[in-house]
Design a protein around this ligand. Structure first.
Ligand SMILES: NC(=O)c1ccc[n+]([C@@H]2O[C@H](COP(=O)([O-])OP(=O)(O)OC[C@H]3O[C@@H](n4cnc5c(N)ncnc54)[C@H](OP(=O)(O)O)[C@@H]3O)[C@@H](O)[C@H]2O)c1
Length: 177
């Protein structure tokens, strides 16, 4: 079923498919030569909702940025804990990922960004809920780390929409078939 509000995975990975080192470092991304913001601001204009797993949220908060980077967006954080307390920036959620997506897609709005990480993403991928994958590959083979993809019971067939080069990054844009 086609929706006006697309579910988009926009994520950076090593060539061998890791989104962070085992120690949750993404310094290898920061150290890679980029072309401006690699098109991030243009992408950010297309979304109004971000969804992430608790590990990614904790990582973001631990960066001790001046303010929450997704301020102004509707932000959901998945956790199995029922003691997490919502704050002005995020709402903690549990349950089937498809239910929240269906609920959001019944409302008007922009696209929905699944920020990551790999564990949360797996739920969307295995249910084929992702409409577009925008995968930015850094020129490094990490050898180990937190994987972007996990094992699946069935194949997901995609269509290659676009390939872009941003200095040392390669961005692959795939659509759901
Ligand atoms: N390279 C990039 O662009 C990029 C992007 C995003 C993230 N990252 C990195 O990825 C790392 C985190 O990834 P990750 O795979 O370890 O973790 P994650 O997916 O961010 O978070 C996993 C946690 O989310 C909760 N969760 C996931 N699915 C759930 C569900 N269906 N229902 C309820 N709770 C659910 C659980 O939290 P509880 O344990 O609280 O139950 C689980 O432990 C971080 O280091 C981050 O920096 C990199």
């Amino acid at each position: 079923m086609k929706h006006n509000r697309k579910v988009i995975v926009y994520i950076a990975t090593s060539l061998d498919g890791y989104i962070a080192t085992k120690e949750e470092s993404v310094h290898w991304l920061d150290e890679t030569e980029a072309a401006g913001d690699n098109g991030f601001a243009a992408f950010y204009e297309t979304i109004d909702t971000v969804i992430m797993g608790k590990n990614t949220y904790d990582w973001v908060v631990n960066q001790e940025l001046e303010e929450f980077p997704y301020k102004g967006m509707t932000c959901y954080v998945y956790t199995s804990s029922d003691t997490a307390v919502n704050n002005e920036d995020v709402t903690f959620v549990q349950g089937e990922v498809s239910e929240l997506i269906q609920q959001l897609q019944r409302q008007p709005g922009k696209n929905i960004w699944i920020v990551g990480g790999g564990e949360l993403l797996h739920h969307y991928i295995k249910e084929n809920l992702v409409d577009e994958y925008i995968i930015t590959i850094a020129p490094i083979i990490l050898g180990s780390g937190i994987p972007l993809f996990k094992e699946l019971q069935s194949n997901i067939h995609l269509q290659l929409e676009q390939v872009k080069k941003y200095a040392q990054f390669a961005e692959l844009h795939f659509l759901k078939k």
